[in-house]
Write a protein that binds this ligand. Sequence first.
Ligand code: DGY
Length: 415
Amino acid sequence: MNQHTNPDREARNILISNDRGGYTIPTEGLYPYQWNWDSAIAALGFAQFDIDRAWIEIETLFTGQWTDGMVPHILFHQQDDGYFPGPDVWGCDGPIPSSGIIQPPLAATMARKIWEQDTDAGEARIRELFPQMLAWHQWIMKWRLDDHGAVCTTHPWEAGRDNAPDWDKAMARIDASDVGEYQRRDTSHVNSEDRPTKFDYDRYIKLVQIGRQAGWDQQALLTQNPFRVADPTMTFTTLRAARDLLAISEQLGLDAEGLGADIADLEVGASSLWNEDLGVFDSRDARTKEWSGSISNASYLCWYAGIESEKMLDRLKAVLASVPFPVPSYDTSMPNFDARRYWRGPTWAFMNMMIGFGLAEMGHEQRAEELRVKTKELISTYGFAEYFDPISGSPAGGNAFTWTAAVWLHWAGRD
Ligand code: DGY
């Protein structure tokens, strides 16, 4: 079955039709605003046919940066009643109405890639962005490290892997009995089987209420927020972004004091996420010190962060051979694996791309190519879905999805 006869054109059209003027929504209806890590991936896609628009995507993201350096996970550029929780629920007062949490910091890494694609076109843009990207990195170093130097997520939406089994134990401890009435909007756009459960949603909203009550004061939230989990997504992407920032600063002669030391700390933090019993990079509750016991697609971002692991490579080889459409967001052998439910099993093309970047950069070109070819087959057969069933390949979540289109243009569709 190949319904997608001109995926290049389709992918470009998705980016163009999701463009809201300076920023790109992930998909119509389900996600009507600018999402932080989606935007960084969108910029890579635009760079394949409109490099100026690629820079604008990242620049618009940083127009929402708070004075303390934080870059929110959602920028509500304009009101849209089709999404919950909107700006009135978050109650933040940054320069643009926004959420009060971050997302994995991909912007510096993708900005570097776009700059390297055309250094002349990008030099002034990246110079201008550099202090903003550095300030965000410093904010993460100040507020999100655990005792080992691993980077914590303070809301499941912060790590971007909303309902990953990584958070199950931490979520179970949250009392959301007083969360009150609210109306979910996501399940009016897509199949509820593909989305997080009500149990999870109650806790997502409860955590927003706690943040709002604290006025999003990070010092206060260090004690008041019951959810704090050190995780491979936040840790590996922060380490990678720090390496990219350092490389940019060296090439352009920019001041980046402290980055070398931060990288050393983050390397220690990243290594601390190795769960010897499970033989993977795992998440660890920063409050209880308990492992999550999760083999996720984020575990395979180690190479993206510049960390070698023979054991992860062996595991990856096995996954590539055993699942038709790798890499599942939760290992198929784990008891709670769910092929369709968001981050509890489905394959995400953009995570594959980041895993592929890391593999290729660390000399595992053959594995990277294998992953790219399987991702290409997945998208060209099943389309530009938000995510996919790793066994049947069937599309799930939203469709005409920006980051899947961007992945096609930048990586999967390029032989
Ligand atoms: C959602 O609303 O589902 C998002 O993932 C939050 O970032």
